[in-house]
Design a protein around this ligand. Sequence first.
Ligand code: NDP
Length: 260
Amino acid sequence: MQTASSPALFDLTGKTALVTGATRGIGLALARGLAGAGARVILNGRQPEAIDTAVATLRADGLQAFGAAFDVTDEAAVAQAFAALDRQGLTVDILVNNAGIQHRQPMVELALADWQRVIDTNLTAAFLVGREAARRMIERGRGGKIINIGSLTSEAARATVAPYTVAKGGIKLLSKAMAAEWARHDIQANAIGPGYILTEMNTALVNNPDFDAWVKASNPAQRWGRPEELVGTAVYLASSASNYVNGQIIYVDGGWLSVL
Ligand code: NDP
């Protein structure tokens, strides 16, 4: 049996990847990494100007990048965005459900609207965007890759982030549900569970000396992670190297869960 050499296994040339929440942080790093592996990338976010800036930085480096502004929690907007991509000839082979928000508050003080907003953005949106992508992947019959971004909270709860914990726990099971339904269409749906990563989402925590010290003391790696450190796992899960890997979550956390 002939097998592809290592570089070919991870080559994404000819593939189109949509990354939600790609205007900054982890999403932008993953979009850059997938483009670096050869993919055309579509960067999503809610703010057109932020998308234009992100697209321009990738294009300046010779990467193939496009923008698609829409709110991932808005069912009609998601459908319209995919219809617009269809008209542009951009068919999604790889979807990264990355857009997410954080809201820290004790549960006894938490308003239903805040609970719902976090669940909608971190979990329901992955279903909405995943459904549109999978419908097209199935219709085209060429398979596809879905990468859902979970968290350490996909595995273990922490105080004051209840809806986030529930949503990210759901991401782990949503990936399995997608695998169960779509594996026969050669679609692989897996998740990445990042540890604490240095992004805008965590600005307040990084600037809190107690929290910063706790992160460094609790993690065997003794440091925060960087967005670029998630790229290798994303390229692997987006590539043919992972064609028989389905419904899994890979934690990229510096070993944190090993000692939890
Ligand atoms: P950031 O806050 O830095 O970036 C979030 C991105 O999501 C932005 O591009 C934002 O763009 C976009 N976004 C938010 N809401 C929506 C929406 N409704 N529709 C479309 N886009 C949206 O976060 P991170 O990069 O830190 O996080 C990315 C993912 O990684 C999230 O799912 C997060 O939960 C997860 N994660 C992060 C960890 C960390 O330590 N940073 C750890 C574990 C998981 P805009 O606001 O302009 O729309």
